[in-house]
Structures are given as C-alpha cells and as structure tokens.
Design a binder for this molecule. Structure first.
Ligand code: MG
Length: 387
C-alpha cells in the first residue's frame, strides 16, 4: 500500500459484501472480483470501439483530441487517486470508470440525443442504461452466459438516471430509481470524476482547436486564479505550456476539494456499511459549495462557448442527420442490417412488437464508431455509391 492510501473504510465495497454475479463463478484466485471485472471490460469489443467514438470532436478531426477511450482512462485515473485517498475500493472504481461510457453512441452527445429522440415512445435511449446493456447482454464472448457477467456493484455503478419503468425491468441493480437511495461511494465518486475529467480535457481540446481562447478562459472563476498562479511562477512561459500547467492545476484543485469535502461528509455521517450508504437520501461524495459553483461556472462557459460554437453546431447537425437516417432506414426495413442484427430485430419484435424491433436497431447504431456510422450512411443513403 502506498504512503497516500487511506485505510479501507467500513462503508467501502469489499468482495465479502458484494452481491456477486448473476451467474455464479469460482473466485478468480490471483485477482480479486473487481479486478476481474476491470479485465473483462478491457478485453471486450465495446471497449476497443471507444477509441473511435467522439467526445466533442468527430474522431477524424485531429489525432490529439480526446476520444471516449482516453476520456474513460482519464476518469479512471482521477477516480483511483480519490478512491485511494478516501479509503474506498480502488479496483471497483476503476472497473466502473472504464465501463461507464461503453454504451455511448457514435458522435458523442449529438448521437445520443438523436437516438433518444427517435426512441421516444419506443422504450427510450440513455447511454448509461445502454452501458449496462452492453455488459449484461450485448457482448457475447463467453460460453456460459451473454454479457460479461460483472459483479452487482460494477453494474449498479453504471446507471446514473433511469426512468421508473425501465428500472422495474432492470431489477435490483436499478432499485434506487424506484425506492430512492444512493449507489455505493465508489459509484458516486466515478460520477463526479467524470465531470472533472471532461471539464478539464474540454478546456485543453477547446484551446487546441482554437474554438475557445485563453483570454476567455482566463475570465472564468475556476481558471482565473490558476492562470495568475502559473504567470507568477513562470512569467515567460509559452502559451502551450501555460495551458498544460493550468489544466493540471485545474484537475488537482478539484481532486483535492473532492477528497477533503467527501472525507468530512463521510466522517460526519459515519455509515457503518455499504447498505448504510445505499439507504441515504443524499450522496456523500461531492465538491464543497465553493468548488461546486466554480465547476458549474466552467461547465456553463464550455456549453456556451465550445459546445455551441458554430463549427461544433455544424458537426452536431450533420451527425444527427446520419443517426436519424440510419435509424429510419433500419426500423423501416431491418433486412438492411447485417444478419445478427436482423435476427435480434425479429426476436425483439416477436417479444415486444415495434419497441422490440426498435431496440435492436438502437443497439446496432449505438455500437457503431463515428467512422462506421458515416460509412453505413454513405452505403445506404448516397445513390452515387451504387456502382
Ligand atoms: Mg463520461
């Protein structure tokens, strides 16, 4: 154990307190159960596809921008640091972080919104629920079961929002969306670190792309003191290194704040077990009020200046058109999809009618990388490609 690791807390998840796997398996032996979850996630196909899925920028726009894969790794890194300092289960945190975006559509939030709009009235679409679907059933690699057969705690940690109707279908893993309560501290932590990671890398990518400027960033409450600190310490530093120095400080002050604030909340509440955490009405992991305000301020700044920049807006519109066209074509005629997805559509339709057919179409589209979705669109919707 390193010098910075806190002693495990009684409210941290342990193997002994785990609710286990849907299909019982022998203990992995030289790994713990959560390390096995992490390893299964890293070896699955959906994890590899994250490399070619957008965060904000479409994948082929530039090699230096974040993808869902690098985002997931950054969330894992930040969350592991916090978990270690807080005495939580580091392996579980890593497994949740690496799997949290497995269900993301191509083209980031633009793709997710387009698919959710098409699935309205057909069972809906939400990428966190889709991440659970990927690890529970869509990955078909093992002889004895569909999905990755992950532990209850990793699966529970993937859900963030869930309508009551879907929660009922999902069972105990989604119970808190019916009866209230919280997920484990490990899941709460990954959720918060997701926000730290994307705020930080979107500043970095946004500046690199030229869509936002150093001057504009300097005016945000979170970044203003950090730019001043870097300028003080290194008065002649070039802009590129200044940005890196600011971004690393930005991650650091948020991490320090989360650790300090959450440790105090946990100590004040002293939950004696994971169940005591689950029964609470409010999360115990969080920012201080001051940091929450500065974090939100930066989020608003990125929303107004980066995500709504006209060049991003053009990309959003084009990528939504691709998702919509693919969805409409496949729902109209599932025979246009590869055999395995046709079979899923037939099966879904036999069981649940049109929503079942639509679910198979959504699964196929959600699994696509940016590039594959664009190629499918060309093959289906561009008559000049007939020859
Ligand atoms: Mg994420």
């Amino acid at each position: 154990m390193s010098a910075h690791a806190a002693a495990p807390r009684p409210c941290a998840v342990t193997e002994a307190a785990s609710h286990g796997r849907l299909h019982p398996e022998p203990h992995p032996g030289h790994r713990n159960e959560f390390q096995r979850d992490r390893d299964r996630i890293i070896h699955c196909g959906a994890f590899r596809r994250l490399e070619y899925k957008t965060q904000v920028f479409v994948n082929h726009e530039g090699d230096l921008y974040r993808t869902r894969l690098t985002h997931s790794l950054e969330v894992g890194q930040i969350a592991r640091t916090c978990a270690q300092a807080l005495g939580l289960n580091v392996d579980l945190v890593e497994a949740i972080a690496l799997a949290h975006d497995l269900g993301h559509t191509p083209f980031g939030h633009a793709g997710q919104d387009a698919l959710a709009a098409r699935m309205a009235g057909l069972g809906g679409f939400e990428h966190n629920i889709q991440s659970l679907r990927v690890v529970d059933s869509l990955e078909t690699r093992y002889a004895a079961f569909d999905g990755l057969n992950l532990t209850f705690e990793t699966r529970e940690g993937l859900l963030k929002r869930c309508p009551a109707e879907r929660a009922e279908q999902l069972g105990p893993v989604a119970a808190r969306f019916i009866h209230g309560g919280q997920p484990t501290l490990e899941a709460q932590l990954v959720n918060l670190c997701d926000g730290i990671a994307y705020n930080s890398h979107d500043v970095d990518d946004g500046l690199r792309s030229g869509l936002i400027t150093v001057d504009a960033c300097r005016r945000t409450e979170l970044l203003a003191p950090l730019f001043a600190e870097v300028a003080d310490a290194y008065p002649y530093l070039d802009e590129r290194r200044t940005i890196y120095e600011v971004v690393r400080r930005m991650i650091n002050i948020q991490v320090e704040d989360v650790i300090r604030t959450s440790a105090a909340s946990i100590e004040a509440a002293t939950p004696g077990s994971v169940e005591a955490v689950r029964e609470r009405s409010q999360p115990l992991i969080g920012f201080s009020a001051d940091m929450a305000r500065r974090h939100q301020g930066l989020k608003d700044f990125l929303f107004n200046n980066l995500y709504r920049h006209y060049r991003v807006a053009r990309m959003v519109r084009k990528s939504q058109a691709v998702v919509q066209a693919l969805f409409d074509a496949f729902l109209d005629d599932p025979g246009l999809m590869p055999e395995q997805h046709q079979a899923a559509a037939q099966e879904g339709e036999a069981r649940q009618g049109r929503p079942g057919r639509a679910r198979a179409v959504a699964d196929y589209i959600a699994g696509m990388t940016d590039r594959f979705a664009i190629e499918e669109y060309r093959r289906l919707c561009r008559p000049e490609e007939l020859t």
